[in-house]
Design a protein around this ligand. Structure first.
Ligand SMILES: Cc1cc2nc3c(=O)[nH]c(=O)nc-3n(C[C@H](O)[C@H](O)[C@H](O)COP(=O)(O)OP(=O)(O)OC[C@H]3O[C@@H](n4cnc5c(N)ncnc54)[C@H](O)[C@@H]3O)c2cc1C
Ligand code: FES
Ligand code: FES
Length: 1297
């Protein structure tokens, strides 16, 4: 809950304007709310919805507008169109005080299990569009807003609507299918609901209609349904004002400034998603009430007010682009589409964006570039006079006491060429590496001569460079067809764009080359009629048509409900927001909130901590340090190396927790963290890279670090060719949408600990150890996780023990919810790897010897090291008689790295596939040929000396080559590459082998049958985190007991029912839990058999159970699964074919198509397994292509700690055509009930996208004669890395073929 503030009941206390209202009012799901100063002025709507309205369906994750989980729908009056419109709002950014007059709908307002589900909720669930479900309410509400505005959208409109919602689990394919099923051009489905929705079913509540849910809050005044009266609310010494006229706004602003107060005029407030530390301000002036600023008018030119949203600007520019004089707008449309996300554009104004640039001149604003490129003239006013300036001139203005009023776009004749560009790390919703805009008057009849000084604007080179003055001067009067002019211009650009390193953006070299590329692209566009056909590929944007997909799987009805394609059992509770995550557990009486204080440097000693200022903040209760720990200061179990809960002296990495702030609210705790002053001593440069670590020999001692098979030395000596190389792959953040969280509640017998953990048993131990209490004092409970992917195995112990420590010391319930920023800075991630290899091959390409030295970066603690696993599985699917792998565990000053989906295999297979690519290149052969030649065959022995039985890898690979039509498509790729100089395509078909071992698993299940109605409840040892474990368990239980699945439910795990379970991970917990449940059900069946025999054959199940109960049969069964053995239980085989198109000039890519063929045995639940395959693949896609972690090299801080900096894939990043097939007639499957796992292995298949992109780079290099040598493409192959790999130099940018 948020602190109650003392409010002023009188209007005008601050502004002296007594006409003001002193409250804001709005409705949520039809219920009216009035807020008049009880909450701090920065209270986000999301927090109000959750903590005051008590509606927990709306989730919070990034708190910076970057993930979409908090999206709600808002109906509001739009003074621009004079209509009520419905938009999606990122409720984490929107202050509750700015919601006056809005009708807000949250996911609870649509439907639930009592009142029935809304079609959007139902369809998302029916299409299996949920896994962990944390993103689902945001997905639903985003669609709800769209359908309210446009009940009959096209599929494209639907897809475009999803440029700002992250789902880390599903891979988006089923979400897109579900949402596109509402479109007018949706493909019809015989099995799933589809078709446009009736307005009645939409449940749109029209303001003032008097229909159920309409309470008249919006005052039934359409147009003008909102009372835009002046509002003034004081909270403490701060004030919120919403004036209704420009004149009042200036009066208030100037009065306040004259009193020395700090003032923030704002509209959407979305800028806080990027600039979190602006302020604090004394007075907030909400410009929403100022109708004059919404106007759009057209006389000779077009003028739009500063309150016009970015979405409305985009619509306007689109309309203008077909009007005489405004054809130039076409050159800006694509760029406008790439600004932020739909929901940010709906709320945010163009003026707010430009003012962000004004206040933070190094902000890479696209809107600034676009408006400058359009020749926009900005009006600024101070209440007495109005001045016009260009966007560039605005940067020099002192804007104190002034407002941006409007922008005027002039018409231009067709002799002007106008275009703007943006290159970025992800296809959508990203800051630019570089953006650029050009206006050039060109006399095409006169040799394409530039007839007046053009305008060129570049962004991405720091605050000093906006207009490229030298380039503009150089080009004036020159002929663009003159090759020397192009050469000269590129050289001017090189000089003019010199910049320094920017940690988050691309390198200075890459950015300069992008600026040159944009100029070249523009030139190609201008000279379109004069250039050869193959160069035209340089001017076009990467095209990504509407996405589509296919899912194919065999199913055997005889074994249903096992092997039956079913939706996620929690689907509808997730899409309706009813599914409860830890943060949704209702507030406990006396509850407090905790936040971790983390070290700002790595590799130092803690000198001092001063929390005086933090403790002075209202609502701050306590600051906890290592000295307060009553037990052992380690979160690791005793059998492992200790890992401090809170730093006592040595700081091993930046981000390491040093203290805990406890406060009355989460907002206060998070704010107070920033007020704790920390000093450090003995600071040393942190070791962050392999290069540093190898130089300083910063390694852990590891005794068993070598595997030798055969004699590599001898084989290398006689090989036809010996190939040497190295390859590196970086880390990956798990990025669960539910950040780390734990709620601890003191109880009479100890503590109830509700932790988001994959390893309840070790979390229980960590809590007990830190508190110094016995384990039976710690009652753990885990219902579900909002995503984990390995993040919540050992990395959950910190949150659990810190929350418990605070609860223990204060004897009050304490909830600790990590911010996304803290999570990304403080928590360990996937292990980075570096390998040096030497390989001997025959003339045909048969592997004769592989010798690899593999370095795995454990970070500052190696408890979770995966190096041994990596060394043992780097053979992937390839046979070789001689192996030598040698592992080195590297120690760096980064957070302790940990398991991340498919650990060990991912780097190992990447090293091996890179070797295969290297071999193919060295022998000048097709990599497909090399792969086929080396594939394992039945009965062969692996690098870990496992004998391969039922080996289907050749079958899978060959079948995919056919089903993906590889041969014909390879020819098309070659033709495409021949005809296009600046766009290239590449394709890769890779196999995969993955050994699945059950022997490390220990876990149980408890199955109860309730005697009164025969229903079944299960508590199994696996943690449901989106992988569909509960669905599979229910299928197995229903099948084994012979009851309908509706009778069976899974309950939360608890340390009471599921003590001593191993972590959920390694992709085996689903089948092991199924096995435990199966055994329980078998036991129960055996107990019931004698009862059944004495009953008539068709006795209904409930009566059998009743009879058994009265005959004193134990209706509960428990089973503990603890397989023994050493080798793998079975192997998973799969293959993937990916095709990619690359923009050679920018390095950006589109994954055109991916086909996956996967041997899942006899899948327990084909829809769930295909969902896992798609989701895993897309998580990997991010790893290989966009997710780059960067550290500040001096402090060691992870600076890619939020959605602005760290780019996980979005819906438009997945393969445009995504086909997944489960192998039919899988050879004698050996997993549980004949099934094989699908949770983790598919992730490695996504490296096919990286290798496809590499082939596209090779094709680009071939055009400039630089394809003779092999080159390594490290992961992630970001747009920057690919652009650099293409080796384009200014001399290659010509207008000739
Ligand atoms: C997740 C995310 C992604 C984004 N991606 C991009 C992107 O790809 N490219 C890009 O260019 N931008 C991007 N943005 C920025 C986004 O476009 C801006 O946040 C938005 O346009 C700001 O509009 P607003 O109305 O919310 O401004 P506010 O947040 O309300 O205000 C922003 C600033 O402008 C001032 N201000 C507002 N209106 C006026 C006025 N009329 N006169 C004087 N001062 C005023 C405020 O005092 C404040 O300093 C992104 C933002 C987010 C949150
Ligand atoms: S929590 Fe609001 S967008 Fe991420
Ligand atoms: S289902 Fe989308 S984040 Fe988990």
């Amino acid at each position: 809950m948020y602190t109650n503030y003392k409010q002023s009941s009188e209007a005008g206390v601050i502004t002296g304007q007594s006409k003001s209202r002193t409250f804001v009012s709005f409705s949520i799901n039809g219920k009216a709310y009035q807020v008049s100063g009880e909450h701090s002025l920065d209270t986000p709507l999301a927090v109000f919805i959750r903590d005051v309205a008590g509606l927990k369906g709306t989730k919070i994750s990034c708190r910076e507008g970057g993930c979409g989980v908090c999206i709600v729908s808002a109906k509001k009056y739009d003074p621009t169109t004079k209509k009520c419109i419905t938009i999606s709002i990122n409720s984490c950014l929107c202050p509750v005080y700015s919601c006056d007059g809005m009708e807000i709908t949250t996911v609870e307002g649509l439907g639930d299990k009592t009142n029935g589900y809304h079609p959007i909720q139902a369809r998302l669930a029916d299409y299996n569009g949920t896994q962990c479900g944390f993103c689902s309410p945001g997905m639903v509400m985003n669609m709800y807003s769209l359908l309210n505005e446009n009940p009959k959208p096209s599929s494209k409109e639907v897809e475009d609507n999803y440029d700002g919602n992250i789902c880390r689990c599903t891979g988006y394919r089923p979400i897109m299918d579900a949402m596109k099923s509402f479109s007018t051009d949706a493909p019809t489905s015989t099995t799933l609901p589809c078709g446009v929705i009736d307005l009645e079913d939409l449940g749109a509540r029209c303001c003032g209609s008097g229909q159920a849910g309409c309470n008249g809050v919006c005052r039934n005044k359409v147009p003008g349904c909102v009372d835009l009266g002046q509002i003034e609310i004081t909270v403490g010494d701060k004030c919120w004002v919403r004036p209704t006229s420009l004149a009042d706004t200036f009066t208030i602003m100037n009065t306040m400034l004259a009193q020395g107060k700090t003032v923030r005029p704002f509209l959407g407030n979305t800028s806080v998603g990027i600039f979190k530390d602006d302020g604090p301000f004394d007075v907030y002036i909400d410009l929403k009430g100022v109708e004059e600023l919404y106007n759009i008018s057209q006389t000779k030119s077009v003028t739009f007010g500063s309150n016009v949203s970015l979405s409305a600007v985009k619509e306007l520019v689109q309309k203008l682009s077909i009007q005489p004089g405004y054809g130039y707008c076409k050159g800006l449309l694509h760029h406008l589409d790439l600004v932020a996300s739909k929901s940010v554009r709906d709320c945010g104004s163009w003026a707010g964006n430009v003012m962000m640039k004004q206040k933070h001149p190094d902000f890479l604003s696209d809107v600034f570039v676009i408006l400058q490129t359009a020749g926009g003239v900005l009006s600024i006013g101070d209440g007495s006079k109005v001045k016009t300036v260009s966007p560039v001139e605005l940067l020099k203005e002192d804007m104190d006491g002034k407002l941006l009023l409007s922008c005027e776009l002039p018409p231009r004749d067709d002799s002007y060429f106008v275009h703007s560009y943006k290159a970025m790390p992800r296809s959508r919703f990203s800051h630019a590496y570089v953006n650029a805009g050009f206006i050039m008057k060109v006399d095409t009849a006169n040799n394409y001569t530039v007839v007046e000084k053009p305008m060129v604007i570049f962004g991405g080179f720091g605050a000093h460079l906006n207009r490229a003055d030298q380039l503009e001067t150089y080009l004036n009067g020159k002929s663009l067809l003159d090759p020397n002019v192009l050469t000269g211009a590129l050289s001017v650009i090189e000089k003019e764009t010199q910049s320094t390193a920017d940690y988050v953006s691309a390198s200075p070299k890459c950015r300069t080359e992008l600026a040159q590329a944009f100029f070249y692209k523009f030139l190609l566009k201008v000279c379109e009629n004069k250039i050869p056909a193959n160069l035209k590929s340089g001017m076009a944007n990467l095209d990504r048509a509407l996405s589509e997909g296919q899912r194919k799987f065999p199913t055997d009805q005889q074994s249903w409900p096992v092997n039956q394609p079913l939706m996620n059992t929690h689907g509808k509770t997730q899409t309706s927001g009813e599914a409860e995550y830890v943060n949704d557990i209702p507030t406990m009486p006396g509850e407090l909130h905790a936040a971790l204080v983390i070290a700002g440097v790595g590799n130092a000693k803690l000198d001092s901590m001063d929390a005086t200022e933090a403790l002075k903040m209202p609502g701050v209760v306590k600051f906890i340090t290592a000295k307060d720990i009553p037990g052992v200061n380690s979160i690791a179990p005793k059998i492992m190396e200790p890992e401090e809960c809170l730093v006592s002296e040595d700081i091993l990495y930046a981000g390491q927790p040093v203290g805990i702030i406890v406060a009355e609210s989460q907002l206060i705790a998070d704010a107070a963290v920033k007020a704790v002053k920390i000093t450090y001593k003995d600071k040393k440069t942190p070791i962050l890279t392999f290069e540093d670590a190898i130089k300083h020999k910063s390694f852990y001692k590891d005794p068993e670090n070598e595997i030798t098979i055969g004699d590599t030395k001898a084989a290398l000596a006689t090989a036809h060719k010996v190939i040497k190389g190295n390859i590196e792959v970086a880390t990956q953040a798990h990025f669960p949408m539910e950040t780390h969280i734990c709620l601890t509640v003191p109880k009479e017998d100890g503590y109830n600990v509700y932790a988001a953990t994959q390893w309840m048993d070790f979390a229980q131990n960590a809590v007990a150890q830190v508190l110094g209490v016995p384990c039976n004092d710690v009652n753990m409970e885990v219902r579900r996780l909002g995503g984990a992917y390995g993040a919540k195995i050992s990395r959950s112990f910190h949150t659990a023990s810190a929350s418990a420590l605070a609860a223990h010391l204060l004897q009050r319930p304490v909830r600790l919810l990590m911010t996304m920023n803290t999570m990304l800075e403080s928590c360990g991630k996937r292990f980075p790897y570096y390998a040096e290899y030497e390989v001997g091959v025959s003339a045909e390409g048969k592997l004769l010897a592989v010798d690899a030295k593999i370095y795995g970066d454990c970070g500052s603690n190696r408890n979770d090291s995966t190096i041994k696993h990596t060394m043992g599985v780097m053979d992937n699917a390839y046979q070789c008689d001689n192996w030598h792998t040698y592992g080195v565990t590297v120690k760096t000053n980064t957070p302790p790295n940990t398991y991340c989906r498919t650990p060990g295999y991912t780097p190992a297979i990447f090293i091996m596939e890179s070797i295969i690519e290297h071999v193919a290149k060295a022998l000048n052969k097709d990599p497909v040929e090399i792969r086929k030649l080396n594939l394992y065959k039945e009965g062969e022995t692996t690098l870990r000396k496992e004998v391969l039985q039922y080996c289907s890898v050749s079958k899978v690979y060959d079948q995919l080559l056919k089903s993906a039509d590889v041969q014909a498509r390879a020819q098309k790729v070659a033709d495409f590459n021949k005809n296009n100089r600046w766009k290239k395509r590449g394709m890769c078909v890779m196999p995969m082998k993955n050994a699945v071992s059950w022997n490390w698993y220990m876990g149980n299940a408890l199955v109860n049958i309730f005697n009164h109605d025969g229903t079944v409840a299960i508590a199994h040892g696996g943690i449901e985190m989106g992988q569909g474990i509960n669905t599979k368990v229910i299928q197995v239980a229903a099948h084994t007991l012979g009851v309908p699945i509706e009778l069976v439910k899974c309950k939360p795990n608890s340390s009471m029912c599921n003590a001593n379970n191993i972590a959920t991970g390694g992709s085996i917990t689903s089948e092991m839990s199924c096995k435990a449940v199966y055994e329980c059900c078998k036991t129960l069946k055996e107990r019931l058999e004698p009862i059944q025999q004495n009953l008539p054959p068709d006795t209904p199940w409930p009566q059998i159970i009743q009879a058994a109960f009265w005959q004193k049969v134990d209706l509960s069964a428990r089973y503990y699964v603890a397989p023994r053995g050493s080798g793998p239980d079975y192997f998973v085989y799969a293959a993937a074919c990916s095709e990619v198109e690359l923009d050679v000039l920018t390095g950006e890519t589109v994954a055109l198509r991916t086909d996956i063929l996967y041997d899942c045995g006899k899948s327990l639940s084909p829809e769930i397994d295909i969902g896992q395959i798609e989701g895993s693949f897309v998580m990997g896609l991010g790893y290989w292509m966009t997710e780059k972690t960067r550290f500040n090299l001096e402090t060691g801080r992870n600076i890619t700690h939020g959605t602005w900096e760290y780019k996980v894939p979005l819906a438009k990043d997945i393969p445009r055509d995504f086909r997944v097939e489960l192998l039919d007639e899988a050879p004698k499957p050996v997993g549980f009930m004949g099934s094989k796992t699908a949770g983790e292995p598919p992730l490695v298949l996504s490296m096919s996208v990286l290798f496809a992109a590499k082939h596209a780079v090779q094709a680009a290099r071939a055009d400039i004669g630089k394809d003779k040598e092999y080159f390594a493409l490290n992961g992630p192959a970001t747009a920057e890395a690919l652009q650099q790999a293409c080796l384009v130099e200014p001399k290659h940018l010509t207008l000739k073929a």
